[in-house]
Design a protein around this ligand. Structure first.
Ligand code: SF4
Ligand code: SF4
Length: 322
């Protein structure tokens, strides 16, 4: 059972899906590579087994939601209502969800025997106790990301006392992390890029709602694509359309392109030529209006200036006479 976690008694600790901003003492300072060795094993025989499945923040990625709800046979709506709580994603104004803990502060999927959704467990649970810095560096488009790993070592976690040694690469394969990362990549990049903006530039409420819908409820997003004016605005080829109609993974990837282009203005999704023309015309019309207003203001100022000039001249004449 590997996960982002904390001691059952403490407040949620700083490790998260998005890496760590500060440097808590449980994070080992060494930068690790895929070939570095990790001494760790988690299994039902450890004395701390399942202790870490409570009092914990587990943020869910769109792929996590899809992967967990399918075998549970739940629609996105049902899953969100039963198992999640809305949150803002770390240091952003982007809304997302985390697992809703039960009244004892435990994950709803844990039993004494362990994780009941183990094959489908969230990305955060797979990573622990390894963290990866990649997504922090990937905040800006076109920036080469420096990838490295670090180890989270907490005293209550007895997995570190187990003799099993393996490389980080082997660990990633064992935990199915490569697949999760591949599926999460575009979405994580949007979140990290948004994070790099800081909280100064606030996203509009409709944009936040759209991000939430596309990130958590693909059923609704599909409905939005096919039953709104979406396809009148965006140029989507027939092959992609046929795919996203039935394929949830393709739709999830497509939703990230849409979010990136609508939030950051990337060219991931092309706007139809006639719509671009429409916008240019609208901008031109607006521009004409702006110019007209500027001219009026200028004329007003000029008139005021002339009046003032006349007043000063009159005053000077009066002063001369006296
Ligand atoms: S999803 Fe599974 S591994 Fe993750 S906290 Fe819940 S029970 Fe534990
Ligand atoms: S060994 Fe660590 S990861 Fe495994 S159950 Fe114990 S505390 Fe959790």
């Amino acid at each position: 059972m590997s996960k982002s976690q904390q001691t059952p008694q403490s407040a949620p600790f700083s490790k998260s899906l998005f890496g760590s901003d500060n440097n808590p003492s449980n994070i080992m300072p060494a930068k690790l590579t895929a070939d570095s060795t990790l001494k760790f094993r988690c299994h039902p025989g450890v004395s701390c087994f399942t202790n870490c499945c409570g009092n914990i923040n587990i943020i869910l990625t769109p792929y996590d939601i899809l992967r967990i709800r399918r075998p549970l046979n739940l629609t996105a709506d049902e899953f969100l209502l039963r198992f999640t709580t809305p949150v803002y994603l770390e240091k952003t104004d982007l809304p997302g969800v985390k697992i809703h803990l039960d009244e004892n502060g435990r994950c709803p999927f844990v039993t004494e025997e362990g994780c009941t959704i183990y094959p489908y467990r969230p990305t955060t649970c797979r990573y622990y106790p390894v963290g990866m810095s990649y997504f922090h560096a990937a905040g800006n488009e076109g920036t080469a990301a420096e990838e490295f790993y670090f180890l989270v070592k907490e005293p209550y976690c007895k997995g570190h006392e187990e003799p099993k040694e393996q490389t980080i690469r082997e660990w990633r394969i064992d935990q199915g992390i490569d697949e999760s990362d591949e599926m999460n990549r575009e979405w994580m990049e949007i979140v990290m890029r948004r994070k790099s903006f800081g909280l100064q530039a606030t996203l509009s409420e409709p944009a936040q709602k759209m991000f939430f819908m596309a990130s958590t409820d693909l059923d609704k997003f599909r409905d939005f694509v096919f039953n709104s004016s979406f396809l009148e605005t965006y140029d989507v080829d027939e092959e992609t359309l046929a795919k996203i109609k039935t394929d949830d993974i393709a739709l999830m990837k497509f939703s990230c392109k849409y979010l990136a282009s609508s939030i950051f203005g990337t060219k991931d999704l092309a706007i139809k030529a006639e719509k671009v023309k429409e916008r240019v015309e609208k901008n031109k019309a607006n521009q004409g209006e702006v110019e007209k207003q500027a001219m009026e203001t200028y004329e007003e100022l000029r008139r005021d200036h002339e009046l003032l000039k006349k007043k000063i001249e009159t005053q000077k004449k009066v002063e001369k006479k006296s």
